[in-house]
Design a protein around this ligand. Structure first.
Ligand code: NAD
Length: 679
């Protein structure tokens, strides 16, 4: 096998070049090649400086993830990098594309770093539940200071070359098209000067002088970091860089790394990394299925969902025609979209020009004829089969043949909706989540007759608008809402049996969800779908509505809210619930948080098993993708199915039985076989 690393001479400079497509991952052969390259330079008196550069689209973009969990192969990355750094001839990293993870650590071990303006540098290990493991957490703070290192190590977002230069991570920005030559010239200019080593740096003293920066950072990012182990380990490693000599700091990094690598969170996050990629594939649809070009999109209904859905396409530069029943609803919808864009601009995430560019692609209309030349139309009208069928019949009449007709329904049967048309093969569900311009998930619902090219096009489009897609078969509520219903059923039942509704919310919060079901109800509005007759009260929700407790927007729902939207359990609601419980003749008892957690989550796992048994999901990991992206299931537990694997099927089955809840045959069989959903 030929080495992915070659060396080229440019007079007195040796250029070590990696050619390991697609991303120059730092596998064993690359590491060995780097060491051989540096030895060649050191053993040759005619060489006075070294440049490390990569062919292809990027500098080393990280470790070779396929080597994770396998026996380590020498040289390890830390060893290879120590050899590079020890060189007494200046070594320059020439960076284009992305220097990520191990790639950034290579750059840190070099004595100098030059980068093209479009390059990005970062340590995203934290996103896989890890911290850098090749001294990145020790070299970086010594080079740029603890304060600048913290977000890179503990949040993991890459930074552009210019920012990297501003913090001292990059020494010089060079020409976009002249990296190779500029890097050699830069290296030559450093000949004869003592090689500056990041491991010798003392910028990390900032964290020693002002140790408060670590807590301040933790507080500022508390929401992002909640529940995750790796960011805290990252902060500890950066702090150690100021407190310990370099060699001890490296040891500390290694310990923290090893404990994360062996822990459940990182396993869960690596599972998710692969799950997201797997969800993109539809097993029985060939990868080379021709796609339907989508140049113009129609949206029916400019309400909560229609507006958000339209924004996805506008932001991606695809024109949208949006249709409503009446002018005022149309105007309101368009105004809401503009306001949302302007708010984004206010927060600095869009320019005023971009707002105008997006809005200029929007055509509001009341006339179906304006949808005739759309390539895709997405319906987001009321959740009523009759209304949806009327809309699809109309679309079938006016929209050109070959166009895709999609419904955003939450629960309804896509196959039945398709019968309203003469082209059921072109009908599918595109289930967005609220707010549709923000939430990452797109559930793609495959009807019995949905064509392969329609599905493949939907998948591709999802990517284009920045969504994570997962395919579901046709069943009530599809993957996500079908499982949510089981959780909601238990939440409602629990409070009838004596559980405090705030305890139910808190259990999910403590598990890692952003909020519980009753908080979610308050946020969405208790009055969604309410019949608006205060004299007709048959459920707790109807009683809340009758009392004007519509949720956060009314300042009160299940909870009372203060101006800062802090919630306090309400005596009025406690009385309403107690009243209903008494009417239903429910005996009240103290219910432990353990019971609450088991009764909320185990039935979801059971429903997931049924979804798999019925082949409504292609794979268990797709269910995890749905729940992590659509419902805030904590990423660090890997999603409901991965989580069930870590809890153990026996425990889940025993828990369901203990609480008198149904156990599916599939789950029971899996438990008996000692099987797993994932992995
Ligand atoms: P909404 O009431 O906010 O909006 C519906 C809009 O459709 C209204 O503006 C209404 O005027 C318009 N409309 C109704 N009938 C129409 C017709 N025949 N022609 C044209 N326009 C018509 O409702 P929403 O929350 O946006 O929900 C829309 C759909 O999306 C429903 O099927 C719902 O189940 C689904 N959905 C909602 C959510 C959510 O969280 N709100 C999430 C996912 C899916």
């Amino acid at each position: 096998m030929t080495s992915p690393i070659r060396t080229e001479r440019d007079e007195n400079v040796l250029v070590i070049v990696s050619d390991n497509p697609p991303v120059n991952a730092l596998g064993q052969a690359v590491r060995a090649g780097l060491v051989a390259g540096i030895e060649e330079a050191l053993g040759d008196d005619s060489i006075e400086a070294v440049v490390i550069r990569c062919d292809g689209r990027t500098f080393f973009a990280g470790a070779d993830i396929t080597e994770f969990g396998k026996p380590p192969q020498v040289p390890s990355l830390p060893e290879a990098l120590d050899r590079l750094e020890a060189s007494d001839k200046p070594v320059v990293a020439a960076i284009h594309g992305t220097a990520l993870g191990g790639g950034c650590e290579v750059a840190l071990a070099c004595h100098y770093r030059v980068a093209v303006p479009s390059a990005k540098l970062g340590l995203p290990e934290v996103k896989l539940g890890l911290i850098p493991g090749a001294a990145g957490t020790q070299r970086l703070p010594r080079l740029v200071g603890a304060e600048a290192a913290l977000p890179l190590v503990a949040i993991g977002d890459p930074i552009p070359a210019k920012k990297a230069q501003a913090i001292g991570l990059v020494d010089e920005i060079v020409g976009e098209d002249s990296l190779a030559a500029d890097a050699v010239a830069f290296a030559r200019s450093k000949i004869g000067q003592p090689a500056p080593r990041a491991s010798d740096g003392d910028a990390n003293r900032d964290g020693v002088k002002n140790p408060a920066i670590f807590d301040e950072f933790r507080q500022k990012n508390a929401r992002k970091m909640r529940g995750f182990d790796a960011p805290n380990a990252g902060i500890a490693a950066v702090k150690a860089a100021g407190e310990l000599p370099y060699a001890d700091g490296v040891k500390r990094e290694r310990e923290l790394f090893a404990s994360l690598m062996g822990g459940t969170q990182s396993k869960a996050m690596r599972h998710y990394f692969f799950a997201e990629r797997a969800a993109n594939k539809i097993d029985d649809v060939p990868a080379d299925t021709p796609l339907i070009p989508v140049k113009k999109v129609g949206v029916i209904g400019a309400g909560t969902m229609g507006g958000g859905i339209a924004m996805n396409f506008l932001s991606a530069g695809i024109p949208v025609t949006i249709l409503e029943m009446a002018q005022d609803a149309l105007d309101r919808g368009a105004a809401t979209m503009r306001r949302n864009y302007e708010n984004t601009a206010k927060r600095g995430r869009m320019t005023a020009d971009q707002v105008e560019a997006a809005m200029s692609l929007l055509t509001p209309t009341l006339d179906y004829a304006d949808l005739a030349d759309c390539d895709l139309v997405i319906e987001a009208v009321y959740e009523s089969m009759d209304v949806k069928k009327q809309v699809f019949a109309k679309l079938d009449e006016v929209v050109k043949q070959g166009a895709i007709l999609a419904s955003n329904t939450s629960y309804l049967n896509i196959d039945e909706i398709a019968t309203a048309t003469q082209r059921p093969g072109y009908v599918l569900g595109l289930h967005f989540f609220s707010p549709a311009n923000v939430m990452k998930l797109l559930e793609i619902v495959r009807g019995a007759e949905t064509r392969d090219d329609v599905l493949a096009t939907a998948m591709k489009l999802a990517k284009k608008i920045g969504k994570v897609a997962a395919v579901s078969g046709v069943c009530p509520g599809f993957i996500g809402n079908r499982m949510l219903s089981k959780r909601q059923e238990q939440a409602n039942q629990l409070i009838m049996e004596g559980a405090n509704y705030w305890d139910v919310d808190d259990v999910l919060l403590e598990f890692g969800f952003p909020m519980g079901p009753f908080q979610m109800g308050d946020l969405a509005g208790i009055d969604i779908g309410w019949h608006r007759d205060p004299s007709k009260v048959t459920t707790v929700r109807e009683a809340l509505c009758a009392a004007g407790r519509f949720g956060q927007k009314a300042g009160k729902g299940f909870y009372d809210y203060d101006e800062a939207r802090n919630r306090t359990p309400s005596d009025e609601v406690k009385a309403i619930i107690a009243d209903f419980a008494a009417k239903e003749g429910n005996e009240q008892r103290d219910i432990s948080k353990d019971e609450i957690r088991e009764r909320l989550l185990y039935p979801m796992v059971n429903e997931g098993a049924k979804i798999l048994e019925e082949k409504m999901a292609q794979r268990a990991s797709d269910i995890d993708v749905v729940w992590i992206n659509g419902y805030g299931w904590p990423l660090y537990t890997g999603g409901p199915m991965f989580w069930a694997d870590t809890v153990g099927f026996d425990t889940v089955v025993a828990g369901l039985e203990k609480h008198g809840l149904p156990v599916s045959d599939h789950l029971r069989a899996k438990a008996a076989a000692g099987a797993q959903f994932t992995g």
